[in-house]
Design a protein around this ligand. Structure first.
Ligand code: RB5
Length: 166
């Protein structure tokens, strides 16, 4: 994934991630990267799956290039976002995992814990994410294809469970 300065980055956070999302929004804007901020816009309580869905939709329909999701720990956002077919959301706590998330997993959403990370380390993680690209190597493509196949498997077992023939 190359940085495309014409296509915005999708941002989303709940109340636990609001402050860090705001800090990263300013940081990305300073770098000249356009952002589309899906909220939240205050520290009023919000349900993280709602924000995960908005950011995921914006990436999957091509309105945005990649996404940033922040909640208190990053765990709820990553669980919720990864329920959506086509999303590869990576909860990162350091630069190495952020780089690998893009290089090996072609992750399309970076997830951070607003109550876990200090601002400085969060911005280092964002920098590592921005500097990395998917390697395109066959073995990683194969593994991503297997992840995509798991998405279909989920649908299959769900419909089997409720199938009319049983
Ligand atoms: C909200 O209090 C908190 O549960 C949320 O931000 C997140 O950490 C969930 O995983």
């Amino acid at each position: 994934m190359q940085e495309n300065k014409a296509v915005p980055v999708a941002l989303g956070a709940d109340h636990g991630g609001y402050r860090l999302k705001e800090e990263i929004r300013r940081y990305l804007e300073q770098k000249g990267l356009p952002v589309q901020d899906f909220g939240v816009y205050s520290e009023d309580p919000a349900d993280y799956p709602d924000l995960a869905e908005k950011v995921a939709d914006a990436i999957l329909d091509g309105r945005c290039s990649w996404g940033l999701l922040v909640c208190g720990t990053g765990i709820g956002m990553s669980i919720a976002a990864n329920k959506i077919a086509g999303v590869r959301a990576a909860l990162c706590h350091d630069s190495y995992t952020a780089r690998m998330a893009r290089a090996h997993n072609d992750a399309n959403i970076l997830v951070l814990g607003g109550r876990v990370l200090g601002g400085g380390s969060a911005l280092e993680i964002v920098d590592a994410w921005l500097a990395a690209t998917f390697t395109q190597e066959e073995r990683h493509r194969r593994r991503l294809a297997k992840i995509a196949a798991l998405e279909h498997r989920k649908e299959k077992s769900h419909s089997d469970e409720h199938g009319a023939d049983h």
